[in-house]
Design a protein around this ligand. Structure first.
Ligand code: PEP
Ligand code: MG
Length: 876
């Protein structure tokens, strides 16, 4: 049977969302509910997919079926497409499964041409209205379908108003509008090189094509990537008989929400404009009135609308966002959908709907997008202030939230401007390194020209909950290092810029932010989520402060403590550098002896905070280049400390240079070459645990010691031996009954493939998906940002694999390792600690793969809790 590509509204319903798109399915549902919906039909999302499969062509079948449905619509309305006496005019609107800003929205009044408009003027007895509709159509079609842009059309309107000495569009006469329509057509011809299409069928297919095309424009692709919407969903097209809000003073148009979308407060919230068409309300040409005023102007239409709103909310059991038009006093519904809302409103609405008996807790838990919780945990831009701002560039959305402040270029200046001068600062760097940590800590936002989603800047900023945009390659630094160029402007130290770490946009001006605000609804909602969650949520935390923050957000343990991060602070970095550049075991042992008390102290702090909750501590895994001194002053100081000539130190530093530091001398390789490092770290962990256990015998403290970058069982056994010998000796000497576990990260493909071997000695696996992704793709995690955009554009990859787990490839390695690991050790403890542990779609994958926990940065813990609950609900 031939595929059916077109459905009348009366043939569909809300359950057909995948096929008809959200708008089409809801128009069909409202039609079925007997609501006043102008008649029309929907061309399916499958037609869109087919359009792309056929090489961006509307094939004969779809074309014929569309024309057949135009004929049906003519039959239903008694009007005829292109008929001079009784013309059918339609709107053409896009509508995908998930509402997607950035796609083509609406073409109104399609079907008008020079002849039709004349008779339309005559028939309606309202030439002003007819020519107003015509000029709007030419304007919209030129802008949206032919992408001529709308600015010049608006200029022509302004010139006309000036010539006529008026300020309001509504004061333009029929003759003015007719003249404007002519001017618009000339503009079209000048830009496009051919006449404005007069045949309504050509107009229609032009518009349908534009909708299909808009599915794949840059904005839509970006939105899909941000929201995990697959590119093969496609968009539907809705063709609907026009009703007119611009027929005079008894006509109008408006939008309304059934609850306040900013606060969640119950009650009708919206605005309308009389004698206007849809775009006037959003375009801000005239100031709309609030919806309650409709009651005075048309009590019957208002009452009918209020009753429809109630029916729709009860029917959909969610806050609705609706569009309506009143044509000569009569109400028509043009759209209803679940209203977009702020995170704060989403939480209140979810709780209120449960209290009102409209939904149960499960439904409440599944209705909030986990990523939206970012907005209650981080500062955001004031939406009003943001409306007037234009971005100057876009990098990777590396750590969410909004920040605004004075530009500084070094970590030292960040400290001076922030701590000493009391300013908010944005630290702008080529890339960050461990030395920048203090400056990063003092910054409101971090912007880097280099580095991907798992680069130093991104990982550290997320850990701190600081807004970060990384990998904005267009930034050109001035030679003096105190200015940068972006979007055609130069920014110097002290200039204001703003960052949106949720979208990656950078603005060359100060934009007001509003602070994070956690309400009582948040707590209540998160408790419901926890009821349905089966996977544990741990955190990646390197300090007692981070651990405490994560506990407040509901973390149930530490899944990754990166011990090298403990040395970022200025007074500690010297000791780790000393260890790295040591030439002899003695030198190294001296340096390690300085590190031991520091590490032991930090571990004690962490164990104290975490109590009986599990804590995984990973042995040192620094890509060495992140720690080596580059600055002349630092090199001199280190040489002095080590009693070594500067030239000798420089020679050592250059001998440590690696071509691929990420695949170089890091992770367990350090313990293989320098076993004393593993010994010192084990000693620090075990002594810290013994000390805490002495103070708190009630703590069920079982440190989990984790070895990074394992690729081979013998390698693991070698390092495990160092650990167990040291640990067992210390425990025996202490007389304290302390248990501990030794496990490994699975972050090298070889380890995943040989997981059955490795599980012979590893008591737990934690998937390090940052490195596993890097090494599976062969993409450097620090450099992939430079070329991934080309992969999205060419549709080779849809998402950044460092942000969203590549389920087919990297995921297959994970599933393989889970299966093999469990074969050898059925009770093996399984978790993930790569950045994907905080990404909702990756969390669902982890749930399905059978992991016991996910671990993520503290500010992502609530997101992970909700995503894990949704994964359990969806897959149970
Ligand atoms: C990983 O590789 O996924 C991981 C957690 O370790 P790191 O990011 O420190 O390399
Ligand atoms: Mg790693």
């Amino acid at each position: 049977m031939a595929i059916k590509y077109v459905y009348l509204f009366s043939e569909g319903d809300a359950s057909m969302r995948n096929l008809l798109g959200g708008k089409g399915a809801n128009l069909a549902e409202m039609t079925g509910l007997g609501m006043p919906v102008p008649r029309g039909f929907t061309i399916t999302t499958e037609a869109c997919t087919k359009y792309y499969e056929d090489g961006e062509i509307i094939n004969d079948d779809i074309r014929a079926e569309t024309l057949e449905y135009i004929a049906k619509l003519e039959g239903l309305t008694g009007k005829k497409f292109g008929d001079a006496n009784n013309p059918l005019l339609v709107s053409v609107r896009s509508g995908s499964r998930a509402s997607m800003p950035g796609m083509m929205d609406t073409i109104l009044n399609l079907g008008l041409n020079d002849t039709v408009v004349e008779s339309f003027a005559e028939k309606t007895g309202n030439p002003r209205f007819a020519y107003d509709s015509y000029r709007r159509f030419i304007q919209m079609y030129s802008d949206v379908v032919m992408e001529v842009g709308k600015e010049y059309f608006n200029t022509l309107i302004d010139i006309m108003k000036e010539k006529r000495g008026i300020t309001l569009d509504t004061d333009l006469t029929a003759a003015d509008l007719k003249e404007l329509a002519e001017q618009f057509k000339s503009e079209y011809k000048a830009k496009i090189g051919s006449d404005f299409p007069s045949d309504p069928v050509d107009q229609l297919f032009g518009a349908i094509k534009a909708v299909f095309r808009s599915w794949d424009n840059e904005r839509a692709i970006f939105y899909r990537r941000m929201n995990d919407i697959p590119s093969n969903w496609g968009t539907a097209v809705n063709v609907q008989e026009m009703v007119f809000g611009n027929m005079g003073d008894t006509s109008g148009t408006g939008v309304a929400f059934s609850r306040n979308p900013s606060t969640g407060e119950k009650g009708l919230y919206g605005e309308f404009l009389m004698n206007a068409q849809g775009e006037d309300v959003v375009a801000g040409v005239r100031t709309p009135e609030t919806i309650d005023h409709l009651q005075e102007q048309n009590p019957a239409a208002y009452a009918e609308f209020v009753s429809i709103v109630k029916t729709l909310e009860d029917h959909y059991r969610d806050m609705q966002d609706m569009e309506f038009t009143i044509e000569e006093g009569k109400l028509f519904m043009l759209q209803t959908r679940s209203g977009k809302r702020t995170a704060a409103a989403a939480l209140k609405i979810a709780c209120d709907l449960v209290d009102e008996g409209m939904i149960d807790q499960k439904k409440a838990v599944s209705m909030i997008d986990p990523k939206q919780l970012d907005a209650v945990l981080h500062p955001q831009f004031d939406p009003e202030a943001l409306k007037n701002a234009a971005p100057i560039g876009k990098g990777l959305a590396a750590s969410p939230g909004a920040a605004c402040g004075n530009v500084v270029f070094t970590a030292e200046d960040a400290v001076i401007w922030a701590r000493d001068k009391g300013c908010d600062v944005i630290l702008v760097r080529l890339e960050t390194s461990p030395e920048d940590i203090e400056g990063m800590h003092y910054s409101q936002g971090i912007l880097t020209a280099r580095g991907g989603m798992t680069s130093h800047a991104a990982v550290v900023a997320r850990g701190m909950g600081t807004c970060c945009v990384s990998g904005l390659g267009e930034i050109k630094f001035g030679a003096e290092g105190k200015s940068f160029e972006l979007g055609g402007n130069t920014y110097r130290e002290g200039d204001f810029i703003s960052l949106d770490g949720t979208t990656g946009y950078v603005y060359g001006e100060a934009i007001k932010t509003v602070p994070a605000s956690i309400s009582g609804y948040f707590e209540r909602f998160m408790n419901w989520a926890d009821e349905y969650r089966t996977m544990k949520v741990r955190t990646n935390a390197d300090t007692p402060a981070d651990a405490a923050q994560a506990l407040k957000f509901g973390a149930e343990g530490i899944g990754l403590c990166r011990t090298e991060h403990m040395f970022f602070e200025a007074d500690r970095i010297a000791a780790i550098r000393e260890m790295i550049v040591s030439k002899t075991v003695e030198q190294r042992k001296t340096a390690l002896a300085k590190l031991l008390p520091i590490q032991r102290g930090d571990f004690e702090g962490i164990f104290e905070v975490m109590g009986s909750l599990p804590v995984t501590i990973r042995l040192l895994d620094p890509p060495l280049h992140e720690f080596l001194p580059t600055d002349e002053g630092d090199i001199n100081a280190l040489a002095a400390e080590m009693n070594m000539p500067v030239s000798e130190l420089k020679a050592i530093i250059s001998s440590l240079h690696e071509f691929n530091p990420m695949m170089g001398h890091r992770g367990c390789r350090l313990d293989v070459t320098y076993p004393e490092i593993g010994e010192m770290q084990t000693q620090a962990i075990i002594e810290a645990a013994i000390n805490v256990k002495k103070r708190h015998p009630e703590f069920d403290l079982v440190p989990e010691i984790m070895v990074p970058l394992i690729g081979e069982l013998k390698e693991f056994q070698f390092v495990k031996n160092i650990i167990t010998e040291t640990a067992d000796r210390l425990i025996a000497a202490s007389g304290i009954d302390l248990k501990y576990m030794v496990g490994t990260m699975i972050e090298i493909p070889r380890a995943a493939i040989l997981a059955d071997e490795i599980a012979k000695d590893a008591e737990f696996f934690s998937f390090g998906t940052n490195d596993l992704t890097q090494m599976t793709f062969g993409f450097s995690r620090d450099d992939a940002g430079n070329f991934l955009d080309a992969y999205y554009e060419k549709k080779i990859y849809e998402n950044d694999p460092f942000a969203r787990l590549d389920q087919e490839g990297v995921g297959k390695l994970i599933s393989t390792a889970v299966k093999l690991g469990q074969q050898t050790r059925p009770d093996i403890k399984l978790g993930i600690c790569g950045e994907h542990g905080g990404d909702p779609s990756s969390i669902e994958f982890c749930f399905k793969a059978g992991l016991a926990y996910v671990s993520c940065s503290p500010f992502r813990v609530p997101i992970a809790r909700l995503a894990a609950a949704q994964a359990a609900l969806k897959n149970s």
